[in-house]
Design a binder for this molecule. Sequence first.
Ligand SMILES: NC(=O)c1ccc[n+]([C@@H]2O[C@H](COP(=O)([O-])OP(=O)(O)OC[C@H]3O[C@@H](n4cnc5c(N)ncnc54)[C@H](OP(=O)(O)O)[C@@H]3O)[C@@H](O)[C@H]2O)c1
Length: 267
Amino acid sequence: MPTGKPAKNAPAPTTAKVFPLLPPTGPLRLSGKVAVITGASRGIGYAVAKALAIEGCDVVISGREPANLTRAAAQLRKEVHSSAKILAVPCDVRAAQRVAGMFAVVKKRFGKIDVLVNNAGISQAPTSIEQTTHEMWRDMLDTNLTGMYLCTRAALPLMARGSTIINNLSAAAKQIFPNFAAYTSAKMGAYGFTLSIRNELIPRGIRVTALMPGATSTDIWQTVMPNADRDVMIDVNQVAQAVLYAVLLPREANLSELLLTPTVGAL
Ligand SMILES: NC(=O)c1ccc[n+]([C@@H]2O[C@H](COP(=O)([O-])OP(=O)(O)OC[C@H]3O[C@@H](n4cnc5c(N)ncnc54)[C@H](OP(=O)(O)O)[C@@H]3O)[C@@H](O)[C@H]2O)c1
């Protein structure tokens, strides 16, 4: 029969300690931070820029086509109701000089980078290896792999302990799709680059995330498979929320790999 007194051998009562994984929900969890997002004139890059800017993060968006970039910056200013600064800097990630120029602008304007999102990328139509031209091969590797290296190299001098690099790879960094040799080689190479720099940057306290989305509804599918079913694909904003989660984690936690695939599986 309960007496109201604690049992003789019962453990002493403890005060439960709660360790929240993320800062409390609030409108400006990234206020004072600066992010550079490549390939942000549309698609996943644009959605990531929006998600970060909504949290008060200043964002530098880039892409090759200046007119598209200007339009994207205007759209962001309309959609984001925070005090975040939005700066559009045209840059082709394949060109070392252009990349150096973009990060010089970032240094002058903001003096630091808290988040680098290496997102700029292209894909291909299914193509046999015999039909894969040298030009197509080179373009794929220059954009999806060398561009990531050039941007990371230029950004690192501006990145301090606690900052984050998100490399947008693809589910194709893990899974093989036939007739995609150029894309697969570039993305698997970028995965190797990601693993290598994550290890190298541990002493500097810089986190590196391998983002691996599956089919996400963007313009890129016009090249890959124009008739693919858009209804079963992931929405760009879902990928952006996953990136936001990785960035918001406390600095001692690195979301190393983020494989986000459509529930129906590969298309
Ligand atoms: N959508 C998917 O299903 C999916 C799945 C897995 C991974 N991904 C990856 O996600 C990233 C973004 O793709 P997305 O689907 O959002 O494609 P998207 O809608 O076609 O957007 C691609 C972005 O990259 C820019 N870009 C392309 N080449 C560039 C270059 N040489 N220099 C600078 N910017 C460049 C484009 O702007 P400009 O054309 O003006 O340069 C655009 O802003 C890519 O790396 C892609 O491989 C996509």
